[in-house]
Design a protein around this ligand. Sequence first.
Ligand code: NAD
Length: 308
Amino acid sequence: MEATIIDGVAISRDLRARLLGELDAIHLAAVDPGLAAMMVGDDYAAHAYERRLRRLAESVGCRFQSEHLPADAEPAEALATIGKLNADPRVTGILILRPLPPQLSEVELYETLDSRKDVEAVHPANAGLMARGTPRFVPSTPASCFWLLDEHFRQTGRDPATALRGKTVVIVGRSHNVGKPAVWLALDRGAIVVSCDEYAAAAGRLAEFTRQADVLIVAAGVPGLITGDMVKDGVIAIDVGINPVEGESGKVRLVGDLDFDSVAQRAEAITPVPGGVGPVTDVWLVRNAVLGAVIQRTTLTIGPWPQS
Ligand code: NAD
C-alpha cells in the first residue's frame, strides 16, 4: 500500500489565503490583532516555533511580540508578565510557550490568563467550553490535526462531518494543549476514542491500542515512538511530535513521533515532520489571535473555524 502524504505546507498556504480574505472582510485596521508569546528559558524548538509565528503573523498584518524570561524566573515574575499582557490592549492573543521550568506551574499560569486572550484554550473557562463541545477558541494543534484529517476525507470523497463516526481514534499523549483537546474533538465527531500515555507504554500496552486505530494521532514528544508493527494496514496517521535530534554531522534536524518509513508502508495517509501538522498549527494560532481581537474589539461574530 502506498500512503498518501498529507501535505501540511500546501494546506497551510490555503488556510493563510483564507485568513487574509477574512481579514480583508473584517477590516484589519479596526480589529488590529496582536499575538504575544511568553517564553521561559531557552528551548530550541520553542525558539524555532516563535520565529515561525512572528514571520507568519507579521506577513498577514498581525502584530507579534515576545516576552523572554530567564530559565530561573520566579513564579511572581511569570505572573507579572502575564498580567502585563492581559492589560495591554494591543495584545489580543497570548501564547505561553512550553516547556516551562519546574518552578513554574503550568496550571497556575493558565488560570491567570485573560480568557478572551487565551488562544490555546488552556484557561479553565475555555478548556471547559471545549470539553462541552462549544469552544470559544479551538487550540491550534488539535485543530490542525482535524483540519488535515478533514482535507484528506474531502480529497477521498468522504464527508468530514461523518467520516469518524464509529471509527477508532487513538490519541497518544494527553497534554493540556494537544492530547486532551484532541480527545474532546474526536468525541464530538462520534468516534470511539482511546487515550494512551506513558503509563500505557510502561505497562507494555501501547501497541495493543495503537493497532486498533483507524486514525492515530501521536503527540508524545518521543522520536520514532510508533513503528510500522504498531499500526494496522490502512491507518491514517497524524504526527504532532517535533523532536530535535542531532545527526552524525552534529547538525540538528526535526523528526516526529512516528517512524515515518515503516508507518507509511502500512498507512492510507500520513503527515510528515516537518511539513505536516506544524505549518497548519501556525496559521490556526494566528487566526485565533484574530478571533481574540474580534471578541475583544467589535460586535462582530466570526466564531471558531468550523471543524468540518
Ligand atoms: P507534553 O510533553 O506536554 O505532553 C506529552 C504527552 O505525551 C504527555 O501527556 C505524556 O503523558 C505523553 N507521553 C510521554 N511519553 C510517552 C510515551 N512513551 N508513550 C506514550 N505517551 C507518552 O508535550 P505536547 O506539548 O503535548 O507536545 C507533544 C509533542 O508535539 C512534542 O514533540 C512537541 O514538540 C510537539 N508539538 C508540536 C506541535 C505542532 O504544531 N506540530 C504543537 C505542539 C507540540
